[in-house]
Design a protein around this ligand. Structure first.
Ligand code: PEP
Length: 249
C-alpha cells in the first residue's frame, strides 16, 4: 500500500512573517490526516520551517540540490547541508530548473544520486512540453527522463525515491491534465520500472503536478497510479493546500 504524499513547492515565494502564518496553520490542521505532507520552501527559510514544523506531522523538503558534495561552487547547496536542516525530500529536475538553468537529464541523474548519498529522498520531476505532447512524444520524453536515472543508478535507486509527473504545459498555467491523461503517463512510468523490478514499481510513489487545485485534486488523486501531488501555487494558500491534502486522505 503506497502512502499518499502531497508536497508543496513554494518556488521563489515567501517571507518570514508569511511563512510563519502559513506553516502554523498547515501544521495545526495536518494532524489527523493520513497522507504525508511535505513543504519545500526556498533555502533561506529551511531553518525557520524546520523549527515551525517540529512536533507536527509535516516534513521538510528542498527545491533543488547541487550535484557536488562540497567545494568551490559559489551559490550552490549540498545535499548534506539540506539533511542537516532536517530535509527528507528534495526536488530534482523540476521543469523550471531544466528550462531556465540548463539542467540536462544527465545532470539531474547526478543530483538524484547526490541526494540519495546524503540520505535524502529525491523527487524526480519529469514531464513533456506542449509541443512535445502535440507531436505525440509524451511517452518518449518521460521515458527518456526516467531512463537517465535508471541507467546511471539502476532500478534499486527507485526504492527510496518519488517520481513527479509534471506536464510542463500544466505548471502554473491553470490548465490541468485530465485525470485520464495523467493516469496514462503514471501507468507508463510504473510499467517502465516494473520491467526491471515489479516489486519496486508497485511501491513507487508517483505524484501528479501541474495546476492542482482544491477543485480538481480529488479526481486526480482517485486514479489508481496517482499517489499524491506536487503543488505549486496552491501550496501558498493555507485553505487551498489543506483542501488538497484532505483530497489525498
Ligand atoms: C510546480 O511548480 O511543481 C507546480 C506543479 O506548480 P503549479 O501547481 O502552480 O502548477
Amino acid at each position: 500500500m503506497r502512502r499518499m504524499l502531497v508536497a508543496g513547492n513554494w518556488k521563489m515565494h515567501g517571507a518570514l512573517h508569511q511563512n510563519s502564518e502559513l506553516l502554523k496553520r498547515i501544521a495545526a490542521e495536518a494532524s489527523g490526516l493520513l497522507c504525508e505532507i511535505a513543504v519545500c520552501p526556498p533555502y533561506p527559510y529551511l531553518a525557520q520551517a524546520q523549527s515551525l514544523i517540529e512536533g507536527s506531522p509535516l516534513v521538510l523538503g528542498a527545491q533543488s540540490v547541487s550535484e557536488h558534495s562540497s567545494g568551490a561552487f559559489t551559490g550552490e547547496v549540498a545535499a548534506s547541508m539540506l539533511a542537516e536542516f532536517g530535509c527528507r525530500y528534495v526536488l530534482v529536475g523540476h521543469s523550471e530548473r531544466r528550462a531556465l538553468y540548463g539542467e540536462t537529464d544527465a545532470v539531474v541523474a547526478v543530483k538524484f544520486e547526490a541526494a540519495q548519498n546524503a540520505g535524502l529522498v529525491p523527487v524526480l520531476c519529469v514531464g513533456e512540453t506542449l509541443s512535445e505532447r502535440e507531436s505525440g512524444e509524451t511517452g518518449a520524453v518521460v521515458a527518456r527522463q526516467l531512463s537517465a536515472v535508471l541507467g546511471r543508478l539502476g532500478v534499486v535507486a527507485m526504492r527510496s525515491a518519488v517520481v513527479a509527473y509534471e506536464p510542463v504545459w500544466a505548471i502554473g498555467t491553470g490548465v490541468t491534465a485530465s485525470p485520464a491523461q495523467a493516469q496514462e503517463v503514471h501507468a507508463a512510468i510504473r510499467a517502465q520500472v516494473a520491467v526491471l523490478d515489479s516489486g519496486i514499481a508497485a511501491g513507487l510513489r508517483i505524484l501528479y503536478g501541474g495546476s492542482v487545485k482544491p477543485q480538481n485534486a480529488k479526481e486526480l488523486f482517485g486514479q489508481s497510479d496517482i499517489d499524491g501531488g506536487l503543488i505549486g501555487g496552491a501550496a501558498l494558500v493555507a485553505d487551498d493546500f489543506l483542501t488538497i491534502c484532505q483530497a489525498a486522505n
